[in-house]
Design a protein around this ligand. Structure first.
Ligand code: HEM
Length: 428
Protein backbone atom coordinates (compact mmCIF):
# COMPACT_ATOMS: atom_id res chain seq x y z
CA UNK A 1 0.00 0.00 0.00
CA UNK A 2 1.22 3.50 -0.80
CA UNK A 3 1.75 6.35 1.65
CA UNK A 4 -0.86 9.10 1.87
CA UNK A 5 -0.06 12.19 -0.22
CA UNK A 6 1.58 15.29 1.23
CA UNK A 7 3.82 18.27 0.43
CA UNK A 8 6.64 17.38 -1.99
CA UNK A 9 9.61 19.39 -0.78
CA UNK A 10 13.14 19.50 -2.23
CA UNK A 11 15.47 16.58 -2.96
CA UNK A 12 17.43 15.60 0.20
CA UNK A 13 16.09 18.46 2.34
CA UNK A 14 12.46 17.53 1.84
CA UNK A 15 10.15 20.07 3.45
CA UNK A 16 12.91 21.45 5.70
CA UNK A 17 12.70 25.08 4.42
CA UNK A 18 8.96 25.32 5.24
CA UNK A 19 9.54 23.58 8.56
CA UNK A 20 12.27 26.04 9.53
CA UNK A 21 10.21 29.05 8.41
CA UNK A 22 7.26 28.28 10.69
CA UNK A 23 6.51 24.90 12.20
CA UNK A 24 2.97 25.84 13.24
CA UNK A 25 2.03 27.19 9.79
CA UNK A 26 3.59 24.12 8.27
CA UNK A 27 1.63 21.52 10.26
CA UNK A 28 -1.61 23.50 9.87
CA UNK A 29 -1.07 23.71 6.10
CA UNK A 30 -0.49 19.94 5.94
CA UNK A 31 -3.85 19.43 7.58
CA UNK A 32 -5.62 21.98 5.36
CA UNK A 33 -4.06 20.63 2.19
CA UNK A 34 -4.11 16.87 2.75
CA UNK A 35 -6.70 16.10 5.43
CA UNK A 36 -6.63 13.33 8.02
CA UNK A 37 -3.35 11.70 7.06
CA UNK A 38 -0.41 13.06 5.08
CA UNK A 39 3.19 12.04 4.47
CA UNK A 40 6.30 13.97 3.54
CA UNK A 41 10.06 13.80 3.77
CA UNK A 42 11.92 15.86 6.38
CA UNK A 43 15.73 15.80 6.46
CA UNK A 44 15.81 12.26 5.06
CA UNK A 45 13.06 10.83 7.26
CA UNK A 46 9.56 9.89 6.15
CA UNK A 47 7.04 11.63 8.37
CA UNK A 48 3.38 10.66 8.55
CA UNK A 49 1.22 13.37 10.11
CA UNK A 50 -2.05 12.06 11.52
CA UNK A 51 -4.86 14.57 12.02
CA UNK A 52 -8.05 12.60 12.74
CA UNK A 53 -9.11 11.73 16.31
CA UNK A 54 -9.99 8.13 15.43
CA UNK A 55 -6.63 7.48 13.77
CA UNK A 56 -4.84 9.14 16.71
CA UNK A 57 -6.76 6.82 19.05
CA UNK A 58 -5.50 3.90 17.01
CA UNK A 59 -1.84 4.97 17.20
CA UNK A 60 -1.78 5.99 20.87
CA UNK A 61 -4.13 3.43 22.38
CA UNK A 62 -5.52 0.60 20.26
CA UNK A 63 -2.20 -0.15 18.55
CA UNK A 64 -0.04 1.72 21.07
CA UNK A 65 2.08 -1.38 21.75
CA UNK A 66 3.11 -1.44 18.07
CA UNK A 67 4.96 1.88 18.44
CA UNK A 68 7.91 3.28 20.36
CA UNK A 69 9.10 6.83 20.84
CA UNK A 70 11.26 8.05 17.93
CA UNK A 71 15.07 7.93 18.31
CA UNK A 72 15.40 11.65 17.72
CA UNK A 73 13.08 12.66 20.60
CA UNK A 74 14.70 10.05 22.82
CA UNK A 75 18.17 11.46 22.06
CA UNK A 76 17.10 15.05 22.80
CA UNK A 77 15.78 14.14 26.26
CA UNK A 78 18.48 11.60 27.00
CA UNK A 79 21.19 14.24 26.70
CA UNK A 80 20.05 15.99 29.87
CA UNK A 81 17.60 13.58 31.53
CA UNK A 82 19.28 10.22 30.92
CA UNK A 83 16.77 7.38 30.65
CA UNK A 84 14.00 9.11 32.62
CA UNK A 85 10.32 8.55 31.71
CA UNK A 86 10.41 10.94 28.75
CA UNK A 87 13.26 9.11 27.03
CA UNK A 88 12.64 5.50 28.06
CA UNK A 89 11.04 2.96 25.72
CA UNK A 90 9.57 -0.55 25.90
CA UNK A 91 9.85 -2.72 29.03
CA UNK A 92 12.13 -0.27 30.82
CA UNK A 93 9.58 2.53 30.30
CA UNK A 94 6.77 0.34 31.65
CA UNK A 95 8.84 -0.62 34.69
CA UNK A 96 9.82 2.99 35.52
CA UNK A 97 6.32 4.27 34.86
CA UNK A 98 4.94 1.84 37.45
CA UNK A 99 7.45 3.09 39.98
CA UNK A 100 7.00 6.83 39.34
CA UNK A 101 3.24 7.01 38.77
CA UNK A 102 2.11 6.39 42.37
CA UNK A 103 4.11 9.46 43.46
CA UNK A 104 1.71 11.59 41.44
CA UNK A 105 -1.59 9.91 42.29
CA UNK A 106 -4.39 12.30 43.20
CA UNK A 107 -4.24 11.32 46.88
CA UNK A 108 -0.48 11.77 47.08
CA UNK A 109 -0.48 15.22 45.47
CA UNK A 110 -3.08 16.65 47.87
CA UNK A 111 -0.09 17.15 50.14
CA UNK A 112 1.30 19.72 47.72
CA UNK A 113 -1.84 21.88 47.57
CA UNK A 114 -0.82 23.95 50.57
CA UNK A 115 2.61 24.74 49.17
CA UNK A 116 1.10 25.77 45.83
CA UNK A 117 -1.20 28.28 47.52
CA UNK A 118 1.59 29.49 49.81
CA UNK A 119 4.00 30.16 46.95
CA UNK A 120 1.32 31.87 44.86
CA UNK A 121 0.40 34.21 47.71
CA UNK A 122 4.04 35.02 48.36
CA UNK A 123 4.55 35.85 44.69
CA UNK A 124 1.53 38.17 44.45
CA UNK A 125 2.47 39.80 47.75
CA UNK A 126 5.76 40.93 46.23
CA UNK A 127 4.26 42.56 43.12
CA UNK A 128 4.24 46.24 42.27
CA UNK A 129 1.86 47.94 39.83
CA UNK A 130 2.81 45.92 36.81
CA UNK A 131 4.13 42.44 36.18
CA UNK A 132 5.63 40.41 33.37
CA UNK A 133 3.39 37.41 33.57
CA UNK A 134 5.38 34.97 31.41
CA UNK A 135 8.44 35.19 33.62
CA UNK A 136 6.39 35.28 36.83
CA UNK A 137 4.55 32.08 35.91
CA UNK A 138 7.79 30.32 34.93
CA UNK A 139 9.43 31.18 38.25
CA UNK A 140 6.35 30.15 40.20
CA UNK A 141 5.87 26.81 38.45
CA UNK A 142 9.56 26.00 38.86
CA UNK A 143 9.64 26.79 42.57
CA UNK A 144 6.50 24.70 43.10
CA UNK A 145 7.74 21.57 41.36
CA UNK A 146 11.21 21.98 42.89
CA UNK A 147 9.73 22.24 46.40
CA UNK A 148 7.48 19.24 45.74
CA UNK A 149 10.53 17.28 44.66
CA UNK A 150 13.13 18.50 47.10
CA UNK A 151 11.07 19.90 49.96
CA UNK A 152 12.87 22.76 51.65
CA UNK A 153 16.38 22.69 50.28
CA UNK A 154 15.56 24.18 46.89
CA UNK A 155 18.65 25.84 45.49
CA UNK A 156 16.29 27.97 43.38
CA UNK A 157 18.93 29.93 41.46
CA UNK A 158 20.94 26.90 40.36
CA UNK A 159 17.84 24.91 39.43
CA UNK A 160 16.39 27.80 37.41
CA UNK A 161 19.67 28.35 35.56
CA UNK A 162 19.99 24.68 34.69
CA UNK A 163 16.35 24.40 33.62
CA UNK A 164 16.84 27.37 31.30
CA UNK A 165 20.02 25.91 29.78
CA UNK A 166 18.44 22.44 29.35
CA UNK A 167 15.34 23.73 27.62
CA UNK A 168 17.35 26.08 25.40
CA UNK A 169 19.55 23.14 24.32
CA UNK A 170 16.45 21.00 23.66
CA UNK A 171 14.81 23.76 21.64
CA UNK A 172 17.88 24.21 19.44
CA UNK A 173 18.00 20.48 18.81
CA UNK A 174 14.34 20.40 17.75
CA UNK A 175 14.78 23.43 15.53
CA UNK A 176 17.75 22.00 13.61
CA UNK A 177 16.88 18.32 14.07
CA UNK A 178 20.32 17.41 15.45
CA UNK A 179 20.78 15.68 18.83
CA UNK A 180 24.40 15.10 19.96
CA UNK A 181 25.29 12.39 22.52
CA UNK A 182 25.95 13.48 26.10
CA UNK A 183 29.75 13.29 25.85
CA UNK A 184 29.61 15.99 23.17
CA UNK A 185 27.86 18.49 25.47
CA UNK A 186 30.13 21.51 25.92
CA UNK A 187 30.08 25.04 27.34
CA UNK A 188 27.07 26.15 29.40
CA UNK A 189 25.31 22.82 28.88
CA UNK A 190 28.25 20.80 30.24
CA UNK A 191 28.61 23.17 33.22
CA UNK A 192 24.87 22.92 34.01
CA UNK A 193 24.91 19.14 33.75
CA UNK A 194 27.85 18.94 36.18
CA UNK A 195 26.29 21.45 38.56
CA UNK A 196 22.89 19.75 38.60
CA UNK A 197 24.37 16.28 38.99
CA UNK A 198 26.42 17.41 41.97
CA UNK A 199 23.33 18.98 43.53
CA UNK A 200 20.99 16.07 42.95
CA UNK A 201 23.45 13.40 44.11
CA UNK A 202 24.11 15.44 47.26
CA UNK A 203 20.37 15.54 47.94
CA UNK A 204 20.13 11.78 47.42
CA UNK A 205 22.99 11.30 49.89
CA UNK A 206 21.29 13.56 52.45
CA UNK A 207 18.09 11.52 52.27
CA UNK A 208 19.76 8.17 52.62
CA UNK A 209 19.66 8.22 56.43
CA UNK A 210 16.96 10.81 56.82
CA UNK A 211 14.17 10.35 54.25
CA UNK A 212 11.79 13.31 53.95
CA UNK A 213 8.27 13.60 52.59
CA UNK A 214 9.07 14.84 49.14
CA UNK A 215 8.87 13.26 45.69
CA UNK A 216 12.57 12.53 45.70
CA UNK A 217 12.30 10.47 48.91
CA UNK A 218 9.36 8.66 47.34
CA UNK A 219 11.46 7.79 44.28
CA UNK A 220 14.31 6.59 46.52
CA UNK A 221 11.88 4.32 48.36
CA UNK A 222 11.08 2.41 45.15
CA UNK A 223 14.46 0.68 45.00
CA UNK A 224 15.76 2.60 41.96
CA UNK A 225 19.49 3.19 41.62
CA UNK A 226 20.84 6.67 42.38
CA UNK A 227 21.20 7.36 38.68
CA UNK A 228 17.59 6.35 38.04
CA UNK A 229 16.37 8.61 40.85
CA UNK A 230 18.43 11.47 39.37
CA UNK A 231 16.95 10.88 35.90
CA UNK A 232 13.34 10.68 37.08
CA UNK A 233 13.67 13.66 39.42
CA UNK A 234 15.11 15.88 36.69
CA UNK A 235 12.51 14.63 34.22
CA UNK A 236 9.70 15.64 36.58
CA UNK A 237 11.37 18.98 37.19
CA UNK A 238 11.70 19.82 33.51
CA UNK A 239 8.47 18.26 32.19
CA UNK A 240 6.63 19.64 35.20
CA UNK A 241 7.23 23.36 35.03
CA UNK A 242 7.51 24.84 31.55
CA UNK A 243 4.25 23.24 30.38
CA UNK A 244 2.23 24.53 33.33
CA UNK A 245 3.93 27.94 33.23
CA UNK A 246 3.04 28.45 29.58
CA UNK A 247 -0.58 27.43 30.13
CA UNK A 248 -0.85 29.95 32.96
CA UNK A 249 0.78 32.74 30.94
CA UNK A 250 -1.62 32.10 28.05
CA UNK A 251 -4.53 32.03 30.49
CA UNK A 252 -3.70 35.51 31.80
CA UNK A 253 -3.08 36.85 28.32
CA UNK A 254 -6.50 35.59 27.17
CA UNK A 255 -8.25 36.89 30.29
CA UNK A 256 -6.63 40.28 29.69
CA UNK A 257 -8.18 40.26 26.21
CA UNK A 258 -11.58 39.14 27.58
CA UNK A 259 -12.24 41.25 30.67
CA UNK A 260 -15.88 40.15 30.95
CA UNK A 261 -14.79 36.53 31.42
CA UNK A 262 -12.06 37.59 33.86
CA UNK A 263 -14.62 39.57 35.90
CA UNK A 264 -16.99 36.60 35.95
CA UNK A 265 -14.10 34.47 37.24
CA UNK A 266 -13.36 36.98 40.04
CA UNK A 267 -17.04 36.82 40.97
CA UNK A 268 -17.09 33.01 40.95
CA UNK A 269 -13.98 32.75 43.11
CA UNK A 270 -15.25 35.37 45.58
CA UNK A 271 -18.65 33.68 45.85
CA UNK A 272 -17.28 30.17 46.30
CA UNK A 273 -14.08 30.71 48.28
CA UNK A 274 -14.71 34.01 50.01
CA UNK A 275 -11.44 34.72 51.79
CA UNK A 276 -10.62 31.04 52.42
CA UNK A 277 -7.37 29.69 50.98
CA UNK A 278 -8.13 27.82 47.75
CA UNK A 279 -6.70 24.48 48.93
CA UNK A 280 -9.22 24.14 51.74
CA UNK A 281 -12.23 24.81 49.50
CA UNK A 282 -14.41 22.04 48.08
CA UNK A 283 -13.17 20.46 44.86
CA UNK A 284 -14.99 20.90 41.58
CA UNK A 285 -16.82 23.97 42.76
CA UNK A 286 -15.37 26.45 40.27
CA UNK A 287 -17.06 25.45 36.99
CA UNK A 288 -16.15 28.59 35.03
CA UNK A 289 -12.51 28.30 36.06
CA UNK A 290 -12.47 24.70 34.83
CA UNK A 291 -13.97 25.77 31.50
CA UNK A 292 -11.34 28.50 31.15
CA UNK A 293 -8.51 26.05 31.81
CA UNK A 294 -9.89 23.58 29.26
CA UNK A 295 -10.22 26.31 26.63
CA UNK A 296 -6.67 27.60 27.28
CA UNK A 297 -5.26 24.08 26.88
CA UNK A 298 -7.26 23.72 23.67
CA UNK A 299 -6.11 26.96 22.05
CA UNK A 300 -2.51 26.83 23.28
CA UNK A 301 -1.70 23.21 24.18
CA UNK A 302 1.70 23.50 25.90
CA UNK A 303 2.75 20.14 24.41
CA UNK A 304 1.74 21.42 20.96
CA UNK A 305 3.12 18.32 19.19
CA UNK A 306 3.59 14.89 20.75
CA UNK A 307 6.95 13.19 20.43
CA UNK A 308 7.35 11.17 17.23
CA UNK A 309 6.28 7.51 17.23
CA UNK A 310 7.95 4.78 15.20
CA UNK A 311 6.27 1.45 14.30
CA UNK A 312 8.04 -1.61 15.77
CA UNK A 313 6.77 -3.65 12.81
CA UNK A 314 4.63 -2.87 9.73
CA UNK A 315 1.31 -1.60 11.02
CA UNK A 316 -1.92 -0.64 9.22
CA UNK A 317 -3.33 2.80 10.02
CA UNK A 318 -6.09 4.51 8.04
CA UNK A 319 -5.77 2.15 5.08
CA UNK A 320 -1.98 2.61 4.77
CA UNK A 321 0.89 0.46 6.03
CA UNK A 322 3.47 2.27 8.15
CA UNK A 323 6.98 0.83 8.47
CA UNK A 324 9.70 0.80 11.15
CA UNK A 325 11.68 3.61 9.45
CA UNK A 326 8.70 6.01 9.44
CA UNK A 327 7.93 8.61 12.09
CA UNK A 328 4.32 9.30 13.05
CA UNK A 329 3.67 12.89 14.08
CA UNK A 330 0.57 13.81 16.10
CA UNK A 331 -0.12 17.48 16.74
CA UNK A 332 -2.68 18.50 19.39
CA UNK A 333 -2.39 22.12 18.15
CA UNK A 334 -3.76 21.09 14.73
CA UNK A 335 -6.58 18.88 15.99
CA UNK A 336 -7.60 21.40 18.67
CA UNK A 337 -8.23 23.97 15.91
CA UNK A 338 -10.16 21.69 13.58
CA UNK A 339 -13.44 23.42 12.69
CA UNK A 340 -15.18 20.02 12.34
CA UNK A 341 -15.00 19.66 16.12
CA UNK A 342 -14.79 23.28 17.29
CA UNK A 343 -17.09 25.87 15.72
CA UNK A 344 -15.29 29.24 15.68
CA UNK A 345 -12.16 27.23 16.43
CA UNK A 346 -9.73 30.16 16.84
CA UNK A 347 -11.93 32.07 19.30
CA UNK A 348 -11.56 31.93 23.10
CA UNK A 349 -14.97 30.62 24.16
CA UNK A 350 -14.79 28.81 27.53
CA UNK A 351 -18.60 28.49 27.45
CA UNK A 352 -18.33 25.86 24.70
CA UNK A 353 -17.26 23.30 27.34
CA UNK A 354 -20.73 22.14 28.35
CA UNK A 355 -21.35 18.52 29.39
CA UNK A 356 -23.31 17.99 26.15
CA UNK A 357 -20.44 19.36 24.02
CA UNK A 358 -17.90 17.14 25.79
CA UNK A 359 -20.10 14.10 25.39
CA UNK A 360 -20.25 14.57 21.62
CA UNK A 361 -16.58 15.34 21.17
CA UNK A 362 -14.56 12.40 19.77
CA UNK A 363 -12.11 11.17 22.43
CA UNK A 364 -8.95 12.31 20.65
CA UNK A 365 -10.25 15.65 19.39
CA UNK A 366 -8.95 17.02 22.71
CA UNK A 367 -5.79 15.59 24.23
CA UNK A 368 -3.57 18.24 25.83
CA UNK A 369 -2.02 15.53 28.03
CA UNK A 370 -1.51 12.95 25.26
CA UNK A 371 -2.89 9.42 25.57
CA UNK A 372 -2.29 5.71 25.98
CA UNK A 373 0.72 4.30 27.85
CA UNK A 374 2.55 7.62 27.70
CA UNK A 375 -0.31 9.79 28.94
CA UNK A 376 1.16 12.66 30.98
CA UNK A 377 2.09 11.24 34.36
CA UNK A 378 1.74 14.72 35.90
CA UNK A 379 -1.72 15.55 34.49
CA UNK A 380 -3.56 15.49 37.85
CA UNK A 381 -0.78 17.48 39.48
CA UNK A 382 -0.87 20.03 36.64
CA UNK A 383 -4.67 20.43 36.75
CA UNK A 384 -4.68 20.88 40.51
CA UNK A 385 -1.77 23.30 40.29
CA UNK A 386 -3.37 25.46 37.59
CA UNK A 387 -6.69 25.58 39.46
CA UNK A 388 -5.06 26.55 42.74
CA UNK A 389 -2.73 29.14 41.24
CA UNK A 390 -5.44 30.82 39.17
CA UNK A 391 -7.98 30.79 42.02
CA UNK A 392 -5.45 32.22 44.48
CA UNK A 393 -4.34 34.91 42.06
CA UNK A 394 -7.97 35.82 41.32
CA UNK A 395 -8.53 36.26 45.06
CA UNK A 396 -5.59 38.60 45.52
CA UNK A 397 -4.91 40.49 42.33
CA UNK A 398 -6.64 41.98 39.29
CA UNK A 399 -4.63 41.76 36.10
CA UNK A 400 -5.39 44.02 33.15
CA UNK A 401 -3.96 44.00 29.65
CA UNK A 402 -1.64 46.83 28.66
CA UNK A 403 -1.62 48.13 25.08
CA UNK A 404 0.85 46.45 22.74
CA UNK A 405 1.32 43.75 20.15
CA UNK A 406 -0.23 40.46 21.31
CA UNK A 407 2.32 37.64 21.73
CA UNK A 408 2.33 34.88 19.13
CA UNK A 409 2.62 31.18 19.95
CA UNK A 410 6.23 30.08 19.57
CA UNK A 411 6.52 26.32 18.98
CA UNK A 412 9.59 25.36 21.00
CA UNK A 413 9.49 22.04 22.90
CA UNK A 414 6.51 23.71 24.59
CA UNK A 415 4.23 26.37 23.09
CA UNK A 416 5.51 29.58 24.60
CA UNK A 417 4.27 33.16 24.16
CA UNK A 418 6.78 34.72 21.73
CA UNK A 419 7.21 37.91 23.78
CA UNK A 420 6.98 39.02 27.39
CA UNK A 421 3.42 39.76 28.57
CA UNK A 422 3.41 42.87 30.72
CA UNK A 423 0.15 43.43 32.62
CA UNK A 424 -1.19 46.01 35.02
CA UNK A 425 -1.54 44.51 38.52
CA UNK A 426 -3.99 45.82 41.09
CA UNK A 427 -3.60 43.93 44.33
CA UNK A 428 -6.84 43.65 46.29
C1 HEM B 1 -0.33 21.87 31.60
C2 HEM B 1 0.66 21.07 31.96
C3 HEM B 1 1.13 19.86 31.22
C4 HEM B 1 0.87 19.45 29.94
C5 HEM B 1 0.00 20.13 28.89
C6 HEM B 1 1.57 18.19 29.73
C7 HEM B 1 1.52 17.44 28.57
C8 HEM B 1 2.13 16.22 28.39
C9 HEM B 1 1.99 15.39 27.21
C10 HEM B 1 1.16 15.71 25.99
C11 HEM B 1 2.73 14.27 27.41
C12 HEM B 1 2.87 13.08 26.45
C13 HEM B 1 3.96 13.33 25.42
C14 HEM B 1 3.96 12.28 24.34
O1 HEM B 1 3.15 11.34 24.35
O2 HEM B 1 4.78 12.39 23.44
C15 HEM B 1 3.36 14.39 28.71
C16 HEM B 1 4.22 13.46 29.26
C17 HEM B 1 4.84 13.62 30.47
N1 HEM B 1 4.60 14.62 31.39
FE1 HEM B 1 3.35 16.18 31.19
N2 HEM B 1 2.25 17.88 30.87
C18 HEM B 1 2.00 18.86 31.82
C19 HEM B 1 2.47 18.89 33.12
C20 HEM B 1 3.28 17.96 33.68
C21 HEM B 1 3.71 17.94 35.07
C22 HEM B 1 3.27 18.96 36.13
C23 HEM B 1 4.57 16.88 35.21
C24 HEM B 1 5.31 16.40 36.43
C25 HEM B 1 5.10 16.78 37.67
C26 HEM B 1 4.67 16.24 33.92
C27 HEM B 1 5.47 15.13 33.65
C28 HEM B 1 5.42 14.40 32.48
C29 HEM B 1 6.23 13.20 32.24
C30 HEM B 1 7.28 12.61 33.18
C31 HEM B 1 5.86 12.71 30.98
C32 HEM B 1 6.39 11.45 30.29
C33 HEM B 1 5.43 10.32 30.60
C34 HEM B 1 5.75 9.00 29.91
O3 HEM B 1 6.21 8.99 28.78
O4 HEM B 1 5.49 7.96 30.55
N3 HEM B 1 3.86 16.89 33.03
N4 HEM B 1 2.97 15.57 29.29
Amino acid sequence: MTYPPGPQGLPLLGVMPGWLRSRLDFVLAVHDGYGDMASFSLAGRRIVQINHPDLIHEVLVKKGRCFRKADFDVSVFRLTLGDGLLSANGDYHRQQRQLVQPALHAKQIEAYARLIVEETRAMVGGWGRSVEIREAMTELALVIVARALFKTEVPAGAVARAAEVFSHAGNQMYRYLIAPPRWMAVGALRRSLNEVDALVYAMIEARRDDPGEDLMSFLMGTGMSDEEVRNEALTLLLAGHETTANALAWAWHLLGQHPAIRDALHAEVDAVLGGEPAHTAARGSLPLLDQVIKEVLRLYPPAWSLNGRVPLEPVAIGGHTLHPGDTVVIVPYVVHHDARFYPDAWAFRPGRWTPAFEKDLPRYAYFPFGGGDRYCVGASFAMMEMRLILATMLQHVRLEALPGEPPQPEPLITLRPSAPIRMKALTT
